[in-house]
Design a protein around this ligand. Structure first.
Ligand SMILES: [Zn+2]
Length: 262
């Protein structure tokens, strides 16, 4: 089968002497892996379209193997800023690795395709990648059927009321009220962090890219989402470790704990 598909390059690995294996998140066919032959030779027309994070149109050949052949490609949006700035590259790599790990091959899912494309476009345009990463994490959990319970207590059903003592249990997938939290393992969350998590759900990618988290909240929101994801994604994410080392760098200290209006 030969087919056209638009897609985003989630992963691009050198293979053999001159080839690349790319993982594409396509709009019509879901995630596919394809070999691009001879792409690393100079003047290969596939060099640009197979670069990491590129949004392009592709001509693919599907045979009997899981690995398809990418025979032609054309750049729609190169999203090149994602490859030229260390912080954006780290966040975009994390976004792509997370999606790669969470979606199955050859399961078409247009909303996930557009979610990823919007997040990468916002990052490319210079929006704050921290809020966008949190937005993507929650949107993926919601869309893939894991909807964390953020409206009330998983234990007793009590509705969320801003107040102290609430916590989150990642493997159970949601909030626990102060009473239920005493008997189960939870990550304690400030009322502001719970509100921020709940608000993330109602945002667009564009709004998530201008989010400002109040002091301390950003870190709590990030850690809460990490707990939720760790229960769903097997094994460590390479890009996350790199991102965390970047966030801990001294010059980044205040970036995600900044005070200010939400
Ligand atoms: Zn409860």
């Amino acid at each position: 089968m030969i087919y056209h598909a638009e897609g985003v390059v989630l992963r691009s690995q050198a293979f053999g002497e001159a080839d690349r294996i790319v993982t594409l998140l396509t709009r019509s066919e879901g995630k596919v892996r394809a070999a691009a032959r001879g792409v690393r030779r100079t003047r290969s027309r596939l060099m640009g379209p197979t670069q990491l994070f590129t949004y392009g149109s592709y001509l693919l050949v599907r045979g009997r193997s899981d690995l398809e052949t990418l025979s032609q490609g054309e750049i729609r949006e190169s999203l090149r800023n994602l490859r030229e700035d260390l912080e954006r590259m780290a966040y975009a790599s994390y976004a792509c690795e997370l999606v790669d790990r969470m979606v199955e091959e050859r399961e078409a899912d247009e909303p996930v395709f557009f979610l990823v494309l919007q997040v990468l476009r916002q990052m490319d345009a210079g929006a704050d990648p921290f809020g966008l990463a949190r937005y993507l994490e929650l949107a993926l959990l919601d869309h893939l059927g894991y909807q964390p319970q953020l409206d009330g207590c998983l234990g007793c059903g009590r509705a969320w009321q801003p107040g102290p003592g609430w916590g989150l249990n990642g493997s159970e997938g949601g909030l626990l009220c102060p009473e239920c939290a005493t008997s189960r393992p939870v990550r304690r969350l400030s009322p502001g962090s719970v509100e921020s998590l709940r608000r993330l759900r109602s945002l667009s990618a564009a709004r998530a890219g201008v989010l400002r988290f109040a002091a301390g909240t950003g870190r709590e929101v990030r850690d809460a989402l990490k707990d939720l994801l760790d229960a769903r994604v097997e094994g460590p994410l390479k890009a996350r470790a790199f991102l965390e080392s970047l966030e801990l760098a001294p010059w980044k200290e205040e970036t995600h704990g900044r005070a200010g209006p939400d």
